[in-house]
Design a protein around this ligand. Structure first.
Ligand code: ASP
Length: 331
């Protein structure tokens, strides 16, 4: 029987971690081959190519490396893979998923997974997550859904998934939207139709710098005032509530928007920014008047990815289109 081709890459993260000696902390050491050996049932389902592209904690991944992983994944699709699975750290999974999703230009699924417990821990979740991710990547109904995160039996859309718990097994959720699907007795079940996705061109440069600052009560403006002198090409602010700043921050933002794009997102962890509700100095209406763009449902970290990618292909002028008309959030 002709089995479908599936490509798997390991980048590191807890799913690839173990301790070298007793009493030492775990570090990434486990190859993709070894991860694959933990799910022998896959050999009956697919013809698998596996590569270890890195062994990194996800805090140390960077955009250049992710671009090289993307080009590996593109190559696998050209070689006939029906889907691609990448195992990596969960700490930055909400960002890596978004990064790939803006650039993934295939109907075939790109599925990201990881683990909250390392291989030696009782009840390790790595093998179960990897098998689920492979099932999602192989499923016909996963096509045209872009990049998805599969963890703990749930399927989350890249654009909305967030790490909302530091250590719990159920560390991922998609606030407001919920999971897009789940695995039921090894069957991939979706709860919604795929959203239309607009894919960005590949960045032509990678040297652009986008700052992310969080507003906090009674904060000084020192860092904010120096953003331009420090050479940043864009700024995202995780703002209060529906996208609000103090008057002193708003005054500085007005100067910054004359030179570089500024996105105002909400620091609350859930929900959208407002557009036309509040009129005080530092409110969303004031910030829009001062030239800032509101992130809508896009969380601050994902907004920073978007701005970095847009700046990388000189498409900053399309920021409003991507923020206001992104159909990723429409179902
Ligand atoms: N705790 C992380 C993980 O779950 C470590 C990392 O992100 O590399 O994978």
């Amino acid at each position: 029987m002709d089995l479908p081709k599936l490509a798997i890459a390991a980048l590191g993260g807890t799913v690839s971690m173990q301790a070298r000696n007793a009493n030492e902390g775990v570090i990434p050491t486990v190859s993709g081959e070894t991860l694959l050996a933990s799910i022998p049932e896959l050999t009956n389902l697919a013809w698998v190519t596996v590569d270890t592209l890195g062994l990194l904690p996800s805090a140390s991944l960077d955009f250049e490396f992710l671009l090289s992983v993307l080009s590996w994944a593109n190559f696998q699709i050209r070689q006939g893979a029906v889907g691609v699975v990448i195992t990596l750290g969960t700490d930055t999974l909400e960002e890596t998923a978004t990064f790939f999703d803006y650039l993934w230009d295939h109907d075939e699924p790109l599925v990201l997974t990881g683990a909250m417990r390392s291989a030696a821990q009782a009840g390790a979740d790595g093998p179960a997550n990897l098998l689920d991710a492979c099932l999602v990547a192989l499923a016909e109904n996963s096509r045209q859904r872009g990049v998805q995160v599969v963890v703990n039996g749930q399927i989350h859309q890249a654009s909305v998934v967030r790490k909302t718990d530091s250590l719990a097994l159920q560390a991922f959720s998609s606030p407001i939207f919920g999971p897009t699907g789940m695995l039921v007795e090894k069957t991939v079940r979706y709860l919604r139709q795929p959203a239309q996705r607009r894919v960005l061109p590949l960045p032509q440069q990678t040297t652009q710098k986008i700052a992310l600052l969080e507003a906090s009560l009674s904060a000084d403006t020192l860092l904010l005032e120096n953003i331009l002198d420090l050479g940043y090409d864009g700024l995202v602010i995780a703002a209060f509530g529906a996208g609000h700043l103090s008057k002193s921050w708003a005054d500085v933002v007005e100067k910054i928007t004359e030179k570089i794009p500024v996105i105002i997102a909400t620091r609350t962890g859930s929900g959208s920014t407002a557009q036309s509700s509040y009129g005080f100095m530092g409110s969303e209406m004031d910030l829009i008047r001062k030239g800032a763009s509101m992130a809508g449902f896009l969380c601050p970290r994902k907004a920073r990815i978007l701005l970095w990618l847009l700046a990388g292909c000189q498409c900053q002028d399309k920021l409003a289109n991507y923020l206001n008309e992104d159909t990723r959030f429409q179902n």
